[in-house]
Design a binder for this molecule. Structure first.
Ligand SMILES: [Zn+2]
Length: 609
């Protein structure tokens, strides 16, 4: 029901309205059932310092979830989860609104790391932080009296004409590598690439040289990096020099040889005993889920999901664009207190205006860490995905500018384009809606799209405060959000009352766009960011017409090897991609169910949009 009295102004009021300055006119006459004041106050609370930036696994995030659950209860939504906000094993028996889950929150360096050297002249222990530190790439691990090999820059790229390991076996040995790389081999110069080569050749650990600060180690850098699979030590120059001397060699000579490109790999006459003390951090957080049953006896078996992520960056770190790098509250008023508020406003509205199909309102956590909450939900759905006819995602809808609204996913169901047009014309909205067809995108709708659910994604665009402490509530355009929500309401109502459910479409994505911009090459896979305990990279998507699709890769495949690199994690995969040149072919080994298959893909040049 449209709020008639509010929308149709008398001619005198219209004149008055026209005379108002634009900033006031922005506080547009309500043509929407959604209250700007309520929008502003919910966003103000969710982005307040008290919630500390709602980082997943933090107190502030849990407070935000409690607020959402209390609002769901106030609107009369049915709880679909547990009351135990913090217990990932609690049965979802429908007493509470929470779907808790555990996630890998990085690693922590323990204080138990040791490194000692035994040579003809006796044994000596190196000092932690004085002489050495663990690299953020380091895994936990230990060994006693391991032999030591010097391998120059540690580049192993026979196909590109260089192999610093030629002629020497490094299995069960410690490998010492120099930072840097020979001219022309820059794409093999990243430390992770070198460590992966040493690991794949059976080395038990890697030692390299680092600056004072590197060898002092920074705790934070462990939180944002996945390990390389073996221990990695960073030694101070003087400590490494002493080590070479005790092994009867001169670092300066070996460095010279390396730079000259002469045969390099060399066994040092000493043994190393070490322990790398690294601990995995597991944290807990929760999705918040509330149900509203539809009015139609048959259609209410089907559900439309209305979702938004409620987490943000907390005090910064991974994903922050704040150049100061100092810990600071990232309020995330637009990202995504605005979307969370949108879910609350729509829940309150539909509680009084139930459509034929049922609605599931959901606020996800862990989105900023890689869509963790929505990925967890589609792995463990509370309502079967087969009964989920569409997912509507609200992420950053609080900064409408010049009426410009972006709607993504318009191609993910046959009916969506027509339906959006009807909603636009039906609302005679002033919004200027631009559409994009794909269901991919760095937000929670992607988790549903890659599991075969039609999705729509509402977004008012990025801005200079994105992922910074300056994304504050006073910059929110509450009137604009009320307008956007009214358009979302019109769209959702059409989907929820339509006689037929939307028909899913796998959208063919235009060639080599989307995905991370840091690559020079394009393969066309959409890796899963969140699944835990999988060795390799699980594919959530393979873009239609891409080199990966042409080669035969499929959704669900787990990439375990690329050329001569074993792929244990997403970062290993990134490293392997960065070693390729456009036009080169890459041998990709995948696990598909019980089978191990090999595909050859020819990567192309990436066109950055
Ligand atoms: Zn967001």
């Amino acid at each position: 029901m449209k709020t008639k009295t509010l929308t149709r102004l008398s001619p005198f009021a219209a004149l008055l309205f026209a005379l108002l300055p634009p900033s006031i006119r922005a506080q547009r006459a309500p043509s929407t059932p959604f209250s700007q004041t309520k929008i502003q106050s919910d966003i103000a609370y969710l982005s307040s310092d008290a919630l500390g930036g709602r980082g997943s696994g933090t107190e502030g995030n849990a407070l935000a979830a409690t607020f959402i659950a209390l609002e769901f209860r106030r609107f009369g939504l049915r709880p679909m989860g547990t009351l135990n906000q913090n217990d990932p094993n609690a049965p979802l028996e429908g007493k509470g609104y929470y779907q808790p889950f555990e996630f890998n929150a990085g690693r922590l360096v323990g204080s138990g790391s040791t490194l000692s050297v035994t040579s003809k002249s006796g044994s000596s222990a190196l000092a932690l932080t004085g002489d050495f530190a663990l690299s953020p790439l380091s895994a936990a691990g230990k060994a006693e009296n391991a032999e030591v090999v010097f391998a120059g820059y540690g580049v192993s790229a026979p196909s590109a004409g260089r192999d610093d390991y030629a002629g020497i076996d490094v299995s069960r040995k410690v490998v010492i590598l120099l930072p840097g790389v020979a001219k022309g081999y820059e794409r093999f110069g990243e430390l992770r690439a070198k460590v992966l080569s040493a690991r794949d050749k059976g080395a038990v650990a890697v030692i390299t040289v680092g600056t004072e600060s590197e060898s002092a180690g920074s705790r934070s850098s462990f939180e944002n990096t996945s390990d390389s699979g073996i221990p990695v030590f960073i030694l101070q120059e003087k400590a490494l020099d002493a080590l070479f001397v005790s092994g009867g060699k001169s670092l300066a000579t070996l460095r010279e040889n390396t730079q000259k490109g002469n045969a390099i790999a060399d066994l040092l006459d000493l043994k190393i005993t070490f322990n790398a003390d690294v601990k995995k951090i597991q944290k807990r957080t929760q999705n918040v889920v509330g149900f509203l049953e539809g009015t139609d006896y048959n259609l209410r078996e089907q559900v439309v999901v209305i979702g938004a992520h409620m987490d943000h960056l907390g005090l910064g770190g991974t994903g922050s664009l704040d150049t100061s790098g100092k810990p600071a509250i990232h309020p995330g008023a637009d990202d995504n207190a605005s979307g969370t508020t949108g879910v609350l406003m729509l829940a309150e509205y539909y509680a009084k205006h139930r459509p034929k199909r049922s609605l599931l309102f959901m606020c996800f956590s862990g989105e900023e860490l890689g869509l963790l909450g929505s990925a967890h939900y589609v792995r463990e759905p509370i309502i079967a995905l087969s009964n989920t006819v569409a997912m509507v995602n609200l992420d950053m809808i609080g900064r409408l500018k010049n009426e410009a609204l972006i709607v993504g996913g318009s191609g993910t169901a046959h009916e969506f384009a027509g339906l959006l047009t009807e909603a636009e014309t039906g609302q005679n909205t002033t919004l200027k809606v631009s559409r994009s067809e794909t269901g991919f995108g760095a937000s929670d709708h992607q988790s549903f799209y890659t599991h075969g659910t039609p999705v729509l994604f509402f977004f008012t665009g990025t801005h200079e405060d994105y992922h910074k402490p300056s994304d504050t509530a006073n910059k929110i355009n509450a009137g604009g959000e009320a307008e956007v929500l009214n358009f979302v309401r019109a769209t959702v109502t059409k989907i929820a009352n339509a006689p037929f459910r939307p028909t899913f479409v796998q959208v063919s994505t235009p060639a080599n766009t989307g995905g991370a911009r840091s690559f020079r090459v394009y393969l066309g896979t959409v890796p899963n960011y969140s699944v835990e305990g999988v060795r390799g990279v699980l594919l959530d998507g393979v873009r239609e017409g891409s080199p990966a699709a042409t080669a035969g890769l499929k959704v669900g495949d787990i990439i375990t090897r690329m050329n001569n690199l074993t792929i244990n994690s997403l970062q290993d995969y990134v490293t392997a991609l960065q070693q390729l040149n456009p036009g080169e072919s890459v041998a990709i080994i995948v696990r598909r169910g019980a089978e191990t298959l090999t595909f050859n893909a020819t990567v192309t040049e990436r066109m950055n949009p």
